[in-house]
Each structure stands twice: as C-alpha cells, then as structure tokens.
Design a binder for this molecule. Sequence first.
Ligand code: ADP
Length: 599
Amino acid sequence: MNFKSIRVRVTAAILMCAVVGVVLFEAFWLPRLNSMLTETQTSELQKGVTILSEGLLPYLVSNQIGAVYETLQNVEAQYPEWVQVSLSRPDGGQLYPLEPLSELQGDYLFTESMAISLRGEDLAVLSVVADFGPQLQYFQNEQIRIFFIGMIIVALILFANIYLVDRLITRRILMVTEAADELADGNYDAVLPSGPDEVGLLAKSFCLMRDRIRDQTAKLDAARVRAELALEARSRFLATMSHEIRTPLNGIIPVAELLRHSKLEPSQFEKVDIIVKSGKALSAIVNDILDVSMLAGGKLTIQKVEFSPNELVAEALEVVRSTAEHKGLKIVNAFNAPADIRLHGDNSRIRQVLINLLGNAIKFTESGTITLKGFAKPKPNGHIPLHFEVIDTGIGIPDDAVSRIFERFEQVDGSIERRFGGTGLGLSIVKDLMDAMEGSVSVTSRIGQGSTFTLDLELEAITTPPVPKAESGIEPLSYSDHRTALIVDDNGINRTVGSAILTKLGYKAELAENGVVGVSKAQDKKFDVMLMDMHMPEMDGLIATQKIRETDGPNAQTKIIALTASVQAEDIEKCRTAGMDDFLSKPINIKNLTIMLSD
Ligand code: ADP
C-alpha cells in the first residue's frame, strides 16, 4: 500500500476519526447516558411513591383497608418495574401484602420508602422496590444496534470516499502528472482532465502554462536557429575576411622579407623592416580574430600529436627571442623536464599560448628578465602534469584588473591614449585554449615589480621510442640549380611570391595557374617539391593532389606542401587525406617553409 497516495491518506484519516469517535462514545458518552437514565428513573420512582402515599392517606385515616389493598394492587399492575410494593405499620407489622415478602435479587434494584403520617403521627410506611434492569438492558441493546449501524455507515463513507477520491482527485491528478512528464519529453498534446473543481482549475492553469512554454520554446528555437545562423555567418565572414586579408599579406610579408635579405642601404633596410614587422603584426591580429570566432562558435578542435615539451619551450622562446633582445631584455629558460620525455597533446596550441604570454611579458616590460619556468613530471598513472610560469619584471597588473584581463577586449588601460598596442584578445584566447585542453591559467602580479602567468595542464605520456627526425635548420637553404619546384596557384601575386622565395632557397620554380595545368605539368616532369594552393578554379588543390598521387606518374611520391590562406584544423585534415605532406598557411613564413623543405 502506498501511504503517499491521497486516497490512502484520506481513507486512513476517516478511519481514524471513526475509531476515535467510537472510543469516545464508548468511554464517555455511554456511561454518562446510563447514569442519566438511572437518575431519571430514581426520581420518577420517588415521585410515584410520594403520590401513592398521598393517595393512601385518606384510606388509612378512615381505616378502609380494602381500598388500600385495591389501590396497591392496581399500582402493581400499572407499573411492572415496581417489583415489590409493601405497606407496614409503624411498629413493623405488615399490612400489604398479606403473604411474607420474598428476598429479591438483581443488579439494578432500587428501594424507595416513605412514612405516611397525619399531623406528625405515622400511620404506616410505604416501601417500593423497582427493578431498572430490563430498561437498562433494552437501552444497552439499542446502543449496540446504534454502534453497528454506525459501523456500517462508516464503511459506506469509506467506500464512497475511496471511489470519489479516486474518480475526482487521484486519477485526474495522475493525468496532470503524466501530462507534465510528457511535457518534459516535448509532447504538448497530452490529454488533461476537465471540470469546474480544483483539479479542473489546476489542469486549466497547467494547460495555460504549457501553451506559454510551447510559445516560448518555439520563440527560443527560432531565436536559437537565428543565432546559430548568425554565428555561422559571422564565422564564415571572419574566415573569408581573414582569407582575403591573408592573400594580400602574402604579397607583402614574404616579399618584404626577401627584400630585407637583399643588399640595402641602412635607411632602406629600416623601412623594409617596418613593412615586415607591420605585416606580421597585422597577420597576428587576423589570426587572433579567427581564433576568437572559432572558439566562440565551438569549432576549435584540439589535436593530439606527439611532441617534446623541451623542444616546444625552445621553439616558443626562439620566436620571441629577437624581439626581447631588441628591447634589451634577458630571456631565461628555466624549464625542467627529462630530456627524452614526449607527450601527446596539441603542441601548436600550447606553443601559441606560451608565445602569447611571452609576447605580453616582453611588451609590458621595459627592463629586466623574462623567465619561462616550469616542469613536466611523470605520474605513476602515465599522465604528466605540465606546469609553466611566464615571469616578467614589468609594469605589473593592478589587483582590480586581474579578474577581467582574461575577458575578451579587456585591457588594464582601455583608453585611446594607452601606451601599449593590442586588441585585448590575446589572454581571452589563452584562457579559452587552456579550457579546451582542460587546463588552467592564472596570474599573480605586483605593480611595478612584474607579473607571473601560470599554466597547468595534464597530458598523456608517450612510451614508444621516438621516430627519428631529420635535423632541420632554419637558415635559408641553398641548393644547386637542378632542384625543381612546381607552384600551383590561381593568384598571380602568390605565384610570383612563391617563385621568388623558392628561387632564393635555391630552387628552379615552374608555375601553374590551376589544378588542371598543375596535374598536366606533374605528368610530364619530375619535381623535387610542389606548393599547392587549396582553393582554385577549374580544379582545386585537393583533387589535383589526389590525381597526382593516384596516377603512377613521376610525382606520385613527390612532397606536396599545401599552401592556403585558410588555417582551420579541418582544412589541414582535408589536405592530409588528399595526400599532401605538409601544410603552410599564407602569408608564407619563409622560416617554416625552409624547415619543411629540409625534412
Ligand atoms: P592585448 O592585446 O591588449 O595585450 P591581452 O588579452 O593579451 O590583450 O592582454 C590584456 C591586458 O592585460 C593587456 O592589455 C594588459 O593591460 C594586461 N597584461 C597582459 N599581460 C601583461 C603583463 N605581462 N604585464 C602587465 N600587464 C599585462
């Protein structure tokens, strides 16, 4: 039995009231009724005896004994409960009845005696014995009957209650409950009870609420779809815009870099250097914006590749070293990890985070040292906690700003006249990337003394022996003229830039303006390397690569490097699936291309 059910509870309450009622009736009310009845009968007896005494007096005075007898016999016949009526002289001699009095037995015998006297002289004594037993017995029988009738009424009330509570309340409330469950599952059409009573009103309110939820959900769904479309459109727009900005940047940065390496007057070098640095700064901003859009759209995927944390730290420091030294800052590598340790994780994102923090440290430090401290200590479960601290001796961050600098577009000094440049996106990207890698970033800082940015994350350790890697120099290579390259790109500037870089690196470059031409050239002649643009009219770089790999031509094994202004992880994946060996984003980074060519 379910004691939580309304039906059971109401039934139990009625049953309890009935039991309490019966107990009270039996324990208090019945004894009280009995005693009241006895009192009434006693008083009736007294009255009867008094009236009889007064009736007998004249007969006794006139000594009419026959009339006395007649009167007493009549009375005995009239009152059957007067089981013994007797009259005696004051001296004790019995006048009535003539026969001697018998001994009476019974629980409810009451005796009333009264002296009949005239002017103070007692003439006789009247005694009446009444038996109230039969009346009390009758009364008790009635009580038992009433009790059983009461019980039957209680049972009927119980059954009626069970039936009514079930029909009117329980079943209908269960219908509302089921409708609520269905509502949670997205069904808005479950049947509800109707009626003018409270449950009907409850169902009506529920129905109203359900209609509102249906409307709100429809509105929310529509808003969500609109927001998703807007987000999608924004991401597409940002991706397209960054693609469009990268393409002209590819005509600026690598060309300016090549120019910077040519023989220049000091004043010319300075100007070209400004072009290179400005181009790179613009490229970094475009990358940040694209990252933010991908993080906001949940499109960023975390890669898992094998890497060495020591190499990662060295690479990150290498990237920022020249800027730091240019400012007169000392760079200290205090990262401590076993030399042969290798991890599984997104090395390029960790490197990006470190470069970002190191870049900020250099930007906000006028003099002193930038230290990259940390460790990678294997744990018994095969996981390796990776800990980094980027410590600077710069301007520091005020306490009230510490909590907001990880928000998008937040800067300590947000005014137009601020001393340092930047978009306020870097640390938000750092935070989002660390969250995506299930790590954390935090900062402690003292104004005028410096800041420490701390990174913590846990990666899996790799236990298999490392794949030997060819030594890669970062200096431009110089090969003899017989090394050849094919550049497949629909953009004339990109072809010219690629050709200029490859020529500088010692290659003889041939050009193709789309995939079809590229495939045909690849069938005619063997090349040492190919730079393949991804997006081209006629035939894109992916299909062209597949065709080159499929046909058993001279370039089936040639290294193909994807060249694209799109930098999304899914693009890299597509290139690899198509059969490309490496991926280079535009604007071309000559150092990275040199490393890829030497692999
Ligand atoms: P920004 O592009 O403006 O540098 P960030 O998100 O990288 O954007 O940094 C946000 C703000 O946090 C910076 O503008 C700067 O005020 C503060 N900040 C970040 N790193 C440091 C640091 N190492 N020392 C002092 N202030 C810093």
